[in-house]
Design a binder for this molecule. Structure first.
Ligand code: PLP
Length: 364
């Protein structure tokens, strides 16, 4: 153990790295979450012992006893973040400390041992360091990082586990939208909700996603790309998209977004957009937003743009909103200038192309 909540990593370099030629071929069209780098990080936790056995090693299957707690009760959390290849060749990070903080908060909600934030940050640097040749150099390519933690104790009793495995894997990704910024059509779910007051909506846990898949399938059946969830109590307030937060832009340039009510995931992109927009002189309100306000505003022309935001796709324009009782469009259903502008400002900071007065970025 060393100070600052971190421990030393044992580094076992893979003896079977993918060749440079094969890697270049894979990086030419990586898609999303389909290909992976050569290594992974694992750290173990046991009650009474703390975090131990931190390793960087060849990416490989993790053998699992069939009675491992996570397989039964879903005590699992994750993060999603990116490493960027800058024009000068250096590797950039965007607000990794915010991911570390949120990961610990998710652990707390799921009654799991929290990983010290410094150890989380160390694990990211270790993996990106050893696998940095996997970071795409293409415009808007990046290395998507997936830290996660699960109950690894072999036990079927229902209580917080006493053993956890923390792991980080990395996946090179291309631009989320290959054909440029394309507005999506959103399904307003009438049948399903994502999170209720007192539930796990604000924690980044796998179970939230499992619960959303049926609604997502229903959206697809109705020709929609994503679901927008309404609040579980009154079914009238807009929460989020289940993987992205949502912003509304008025004709006068001001903006608003649902306030963090305990059911909404506190997105780091969301927080960054609020700060960027305010810096541009826009008023940004965080408050409850009803589906009626959204529909009526879009129809009257008061609300001219709506976008969703999250790490994977950055900012995605919402062109059409569809539900059981009809649909409405935002503006002409295309990509609005505020959405496009904020997206560009954010991406430029992430890739180190523009000044970062916020202290959000760092390099390896
Ligand atoms: C991760 C996530 C988001 C977006 O968060 P970012 O930090 O911006 O990537 C939004 N909603 C849910 C449910 C999420 O899991």
């Amino acid at each position: 153990m060393s100070g600052g909540g971190t421990i030393d990593f044992e580094i076992r370099e893979s003896s079977q790295r993918v060749s440079a030629t094969e890697r270049e071929a894979l990086l030419a069209n990586p898609g999303f979450g389909r290909i992976f780098t050569d290594h992974m990080v694992t750290i173990r936790y046991a009650e009474g012992k703390g975090w131990y056995d931190a390793r960087v090693e060849a990416r490989a299957p993790i053998p699992m006893d069939p009675a491992t707690a996570v397989l039964h009760y879903a005590q699992e959390i994750f993060e999603g973040m990116k490493a960027y290849r800058r024009a000068d060749g250096r590797v950039g990070f965007f607000r990794p400390d915010a991911n570390a903080r949120r990961f610990a908060a998710s652990a707390q909600r799921m009654a799991m041992a929290p990983l010290p934030e410094e150890l989380f940050l160390d694990s990211i640097r270790q993996l990106v360091g050893i696998d940095q040749e996997w970071i795409p150099t293409s415009a808007e390519g990046s290395l998507y990082l997936r830290p996660f933690q699960y109950a690894s104790e072999v036990f079927l009793g229902v209580r917080p586990a006493r053993e956890y495995l923390y792991c980080v894997i990395a996946s090179p990704v291309g631009p989320y939208f290959s054909g440029g910024l394309k507005p999506v059509t959103i399904w307003v779910s009438d049948d399903y909700t994502r999170a209720a007051p007192g539930g796990t909506g604000a924690a980044k846990c796998g179970g939230n996603y499992a619960a959303s898949l049926l609604a997502q399938a229903q959206a697809a059946e109705n020709g929609c790309d994503q679901v927008v969830y309404l609040d579980a109590v009154e079914r009238k307030y807009v929460d989020e998209l289940g993987g992205m937060n949502v912003f509304f832009v008025r004709a006068d340039g001001s903006m608003f977004t649902p306030e963090l009510n305990g059911s909404i995931l506190p997105g780091i992109t969301r927080d960054s957009i609020i700060q960027l927009a305010r810096e541009q002189g826009r008023a940004v309100e965080e408050r409850p937003v009803t589906i009626d306000e959204w529909r009526d505003g879009a129809r009257s022309g008061e609300i001219v743009e709506t976008f969703a935001c999250g790490t994977a796709a950055v900012l995605t324009p919402i062109g059409t909103v569809r539900g059981v009782d009809g649909e409405f469009k935002l503006g002409d259903g295309g990509t609005g200038p505020v959405t496009a502008g904020l997206r560009q400002s954010l991406v430029d900071i992430q890739y180190g192309r523009s000044a970062d007065p916020y202290g959000w970025t760092s390099t390896l």
